[in-house]
Ligand binder design. Structure first.
Ligand code: PEP
Ligand code: MG
Length: 326
């Protein structure tokens, strides 16, 4: 069956009625970009940079980050590389005990952009490294865990300072870099129009968005049964984010795990997302499904899903659609 999916790989990522969706993949380092993989994908939708730090067990200086990002940008062969700034914290603190200490509630604590805006030294070094890597291809910057405008404005101002520093040091960098906001905290999902004033695109992080929206810890087995992407509250919130994003002229992407699940990927496309970023192994199946569906029927799938009252009925509709396409 994988052979059948793979047969769609050389073809464009579009529906039968030529509605294009950018199908991208997630990486943790340049080595995740395998030989030939750029020829069938449309870019890197999420580079989780904390993976480099966690591998190393320590913070990295500007130059070693620059080398790591540049390697990925070169391997991407001119396709966009979306570099997410550090998302340490939550459950990703093991090697960094000195900085994070003990937290009662780490997922709601000192994490990602909150940490970076507190440790501007670390944040600046990373932003400078990303700006420098931008010289070698097409780079985008993505801020994680934004919960309000204030954080976004402050992050952008650190970015401007980083550009100024490079200029003063006489080091080459790209000034043509799109800025994106992860939408993974419900408070951010409610103010897409305001966020749009300060960035070029949004990327929905459903892994966190679901945990924060439903108040279900994403790493706690006792409540795993409550972690349900088909919950009507999740479906409504996703649809609202996408429609508000499009209304504000933002590019809208999804980079959480549901982008890799064919039943949800088709629903998200019906909602109108511009791109999906997923584990590389999922790309062939998603492209296969996309190329079998029309945008019109995906719109209808979205309308049907939104009119259901419970997750079981939503899942039934989504599965029925997939089965009809297989
Ligand atoms: C997400 O939250 O959906 C996401 C893509 O980020 P991470 O899984 O790295 O928290
Ligand atoms: Mg996240």
């Amino acid at each position: 069956i994988e052979r059948i999916f793979d047969s769609s790989l050389p073809y464009p990522s579009e529906t039968t009625d030529f509605h294009k969706v950018s199908l991208e993949f997630n990486i943790g380092s340049a080595s995740d970009i395998k030989e030939g993989s750029m020829s069938y994908s449309d870019g890197i939708g999420l580079f989780r940079t904390e993976a480099l730090f966690i591998d190393k067990g320590n913070f990295m200086d500007e130059d070693s980050q620059f080398e790591a990002y540049k390697a990925a940008v070169i391997k991407a062969e001119g396709k966009p590389v979306t570099i997410r700034t550090l998302d340490l914290g939550g459950d990703k603190t093991l090697a960094f005990k000195n900085e994070f200490g003990h937290e009662e509630n780490p997922f709601m604590g000192y994490r990602a952009i909150r940490f970076c805006l507190d440790r501007v030294d670390i944040f600046t070094a990373q932003l400078k490294a990303i700006l420098r890597a931008g010289v070698y291809g097409k780079v985008r910057i993505l801020y994680p865990m934004i919960s309000g405008i204030n954080e976004l404005v402050r992050a952008n101002s650190v970015l401007e300072q980083a550009k100024l520093a490079l200029k003063n040091e006489g080091i080459e960098y790209s000034s043509d870099i799109e800025i994106g906001t992860m939408i993974e905290v419900p408070s951010a999902a409610m103010i897409i129009d305001l966020i749009a004033k300060h960035c070029d695109f949004i990327s929905i992080g459903t892994n966190d968005l679901i945990q924060y929206l439903l108040a279900v810890d994403r790493v706690n087995d006792h409540v795993a049964h409550l972690y349900n992407p088909a919950n009507p509250a999740v479906i409504r919130m996703l649809d609202k984010i996408v429609s508000e994003g499009k209304k504000a002229n933002l590019k809208v992407s999804v980079c959480g795990e549901i982008a890799a699940d064919p039943i949800f990927a088709m629903l998200l496309i019906g909602m109108g997302v511009d791109s999906l970023s997923m584990a590389s192994g999922a790309l062939s199946e998603i492209k296969f499904m996309l190329r079998k569906a029309s945008f019109e029927e995906l719109r209808k799938l979205r309308n049907d899903a939104l009119s259901q009252n419970c997750s079981r009925d939503i899942l039934t509709i989504l599965r029925r659609f997939r089965n009809a396409k297989m």
